[in-house]
Design a protein around this ligand. Structure first.
Ligand code: UDP
Length: 410
């Protein structure tokens, strides 16, 4: 029923040259008293999205420093995931609440998984709302419970939040990306900890410019002409249509500019395909707009190549929980432009490590300025990378987790 996820092996020592010895030593000291602590990460999926992205690195690193960690994925069928998708959207502000049947299905699958859950965990870390009822259903199965919220709860659908609240508010500890995301009424310890990226994962590891260029060329990019790029799911809140509009304005000043929109698709997400098709229609056959997805074989390495090669990286979201793609983009030391929403301003100091924008026009103006002044792009890119190195790499997140686990109260 609950599926254990096999993760590879990672070694904290490999990160020392990137984040520095001091942080690595601090992590070892914090991990020392936690040797052998049995930690369970519980999530809804092992594929796609930010949570699995993080756990594929966090779980092996926690193991490497001596904790006894497992990651398990809850069991659910289509009706459950349909319900949790509606819940996810509603919690981020969509007016549509779950139907009674969907609430029933959410609760029933939580009960089923709660029954199957094994006992004897020191710490159970429950990710996101899908399995959130676990703590109220079987509190005795773990000594400590933490709810890790990865989404933006600042303006939720009130009815949905009211129904969910009894299940999340009783967690003895909870963790949010930002202060604004903490719902009123949480009763336990509250931690504000943003996520992080893995600089050694294939998506983020250092590529030579030649390798990046070679890969982009295979997707039809003219590598001698300027390239704007956004990597994100095809979702209205990521605003790919706005990116196309901005590109068209840039093209008036810089006629040879190209645009790549790179996004992964799930086979079981009809909404995603509808919006993908709407994006293709909006591009209107422009041969300089390249719309690519995982069905064109775009995986982590290709995302890395596009980000490493592009002249300007964009994340023009109108709503964004954190935006892992932002740190991923800036880590490539390329100039970055992002929407001034959600977690993006945490990652970008406007005018110093990139630009924050609030409209298509502003986005276009910043992109044009960068293309016309490569020195500006280089400066933004390099200082952006240092900001990410300090604040948004996985060892920092590992340290924060170890601190939180050390602070749990009996
Ligand atoms: N992603 C990917 N390929 C794509 C599009 C997205 O691998 O074509 C990854 C992206 O690199 C990031 C994650 O999916 O690691 C998305 O996380 P983010 O926080 O940016 O947004 P979300 O999709 O969770 O709203």
């Amino acid at each position: 029923m609950l599926q254990p996820v096999a993760v590879g092996h990672k070694t904290l020592a490999d990160y020392a040259s990137i984040v520095g010895r001091t942080l690595v030593e601090e992590i070892r000291e914090l991990a020392d008293p936690l040797r052998g602590t049995r930690v369970l990460h519980l999530s809804a999926t092992a594929f796609g999205g930010g949570v699995s992205e993080i756990l594929y690195t966090m779980v092996p690193l926690m193991k490497d420093v001596g904790l006894d960690v497992e990651w398990q994925v809850i069991y659910g069928r289509e009706e459950f995931f349909n319900a949790t998708k509606v819940m996810h959207n509603a919690l981020q502000g969509n007016p549509q609440d779950l139907t009674e049947d969907q609430w029933e299905s959410w609760r029933r699958y939580n009960e089923m998984n709660a029954r199957e859950l094994s006992r004897g965990w020191d710490v159970a870390i429950v990710h996101d709302p899908q399995p959130a009822a676990m703590h109220t259903l079987v509190p005795e199965k773990a000594r400590h419970w933490i709810w890790r919220c990865h989404i933006d709860l600042s303006t939720p659908n009130a009815a949905t939040m009211e129904r969910l609240l009894p299940y999340i508010q009783t967690y003895p500890a909870s963790v949010f990306h930002m202060e604004q995301y903490v719902p009123a009424g949480m009763e336990g310890q509250i931690h504000i900890v943003p996520p992080a990226i893995d600089p050694l994962a294939p998506k983020n590891m250092a590529f030579s410019p030649e390798d990046a260029t070679y890969i982009c060329q295979q997707f039809g990019i003219d590598v001698d002409r300027p390239l704007l790029c956004q990597v994100s799911r095809f979702d209205p809140w990521k605003d790919p249509l706005g990116v196309i509009d901005a590109y068209r304005i840039v093209k008036e000043e810089v006629p040879d500019v190209q645009l790549a929109l790179v996004g992964s698709m799930a086979t079981d997400d009809p909404e995603g395909w509808d919006f993908f098709n709407a994006t293709v229609a909006h591009a209107d056959g422009d041969p300089d707009i390249h719309i690519l997805n995982n069905f064109n074989n775009v995986g982590a390495i290709e995302v890395n190549a596009f980000q490493s090669h592009a002249d300007v990286l964009i994340q023009k979201s109108t709503r964004e929980g954190f935006g892992l793609t932002v740190s991923e983009a800036i880590w490539k030391a390329r100039p970055f432009i992002g929407g001034r929403v959600g977690g993006i301003p945490l990652q970008v100091e406007d005018g110093v490590t990139g630009y924050l924008v609030e409209s298509v026009e502003e986005c276009a103006a910043r992109a044009t300025a960068i293309l016309q002044d490569p020195g500006l792009g280089r400066r933004l890119g390099l200082s952006g990378k240092e900001h990410i190195r300090k604040h948004f790499l996985m060892p920092r997140l590992l340290r924060d987790w170890l601190k939180m686990i050390n602070e749990l109260e009996d």
